[in-house]
Design a protein around this ligand. Structure first.
Ligand SMILES: Nc1nc2c(c(=O)[nH]1)N[C@@H](CN(C=O)c1ccc(C(=O)N[C@@H](CCC(=O)O)C(=O)O)cc1)CN2
Ligand SMILES: [Mg+2]
Length: 286
């Protein structure tokens, strides 16, 4: 029997908890605020940003979307980030990725106040994650959301073999750090990994974040493994599919996330959760 992990249901649960915390914070005179900056007209990014704004407003947050033209310069973007860094009504700042090529993305990440870095991409926060630093700091929302899914479905990473395919700053690297901190034995694989599929078959927990449609099939999965598909790809008919071939994989996996409806919904739910935490930590000094 394979369990299909219901990301929508878990996201709903996370959002309900967030709404409760927002109501408590408002009683104490604090309204958590998020600013999302988007540069250019990438259609997928437009949808994600609209969904973030809708969800934030629905949960009672103060939500600002700053739409900038694709021709925005590095200096202009830095100046806008600076404004939000010193705006007390904003607790979380997010610059939607990808950015146009004239923008130096690492320098943008560095410009965000680490205390308002709701994506958890600032090197200060990445360093804290990597060192399993004590205390409170933001962690990248997609991998954090995946940890929430694992916990909800009773998958304890401790002592397990985990393979993370993909080494991005948004998913692969923070995912590997979170699994390591949870006492899994973690291997990061990527496009230069030799015999990737044999490695995938060693995983008790397999996280796939490559952007290659159907890279992993049932034949590459250890029977009973937990398979987490972060991919959002288009197949030859333009249909949204994952990096895992769900049809063949679901016969082999113990637990598996679908695309859509698995990891995706957790990204925005966890983003809202993180924004509210940042507000709590800064305004209530927690
Ligand atoms: N600054 C950031 N940029 C980007 C991030 C990020 O975390 N921070 N992540 C992605 C895009 N993303 C949010 O920004 C995102 C992607 C997917 C989903 C989602 O809900 N997916 C659904 C399917 C949606 C569809 O039908 O197209 C699902 O998988 O069920 C939410 C947010 C890149 N940029
Ligand atoms: Mg404040």
């Amino acid at each position: 029997m394979t369990t299909i992990i219901d990301g929508k249901a878990v996201a709903k649960k996370v959002n309900e908890a967030t709404a409760t915390v927002v109501a408590e914070l408002k009683q104490q005179g604090v309204q958590p605020g998020i600013a999302v900056i988007i540069v250019g007209e990438d259609p997928a990014s437009q949808i994600y940003v609209r969904n973030k704004n809708r969800k934030a407003t629905k949960l009672g947050l103060h939500s600002v979307v700053r739409q900038l033209p694709a021709t925005t310069t590095q200096a202009e973007l830095l100046s806008i980030i600076d404004d939000y860094n010193s705006d007390d009504s904003i607790h979380g700042i997010l610059v939607q990725s990808p950015l146009p090529k004239q923008i130096n993305e690492p320098l943008i990440t560095l410009a965000i106040d680490p205390k308002k870095d709701v994506d958890g991409f600032h090197p200060t926060n990445v360093g804290k994650l990597l060192t399993n630093f004590p205390g409170k700091y933001p962690v990248a929302n997609t991998p954090r959301g995946i940890m929430t899914l694992l916990a909800e479905y009773g998958v304890d990473p401790a002592g397990k073999q985990a393979v993370v395919i993909g080494r991005s700053t948004i998913v692969g690297k923070p995912m590997a750090a979170l699994l390591t901190n949870a006492n899994a034995t973690v291997t990061i694989a990527h496009s230069r990994t030799q015999d990737l599929k044999a490695l995938a078959r060693t995983a008790d927990i397999l996280v796939v974040a490559t952007g290659i449609a159907h890279l992993i099939t049932g034949a590459d999965i250890k029977p009973g493994a937990t398979v987490i598909d972060v991919g959002m790809d288009r197949d030859e008919n333009g249909k949204l599919v994952g990096d895992v071939d769900f049809d063949s994989a679901q016969d082999v996996a113990g637990l598996i996330t679908p695309v859509p409806g698995g990891v995706g919904p957790m990204t925005i739910a966890t983003l809202m959760q993180t924004t509210v935490e940042l507000a709590k930590w800064s305004d209530l000094g927690e």
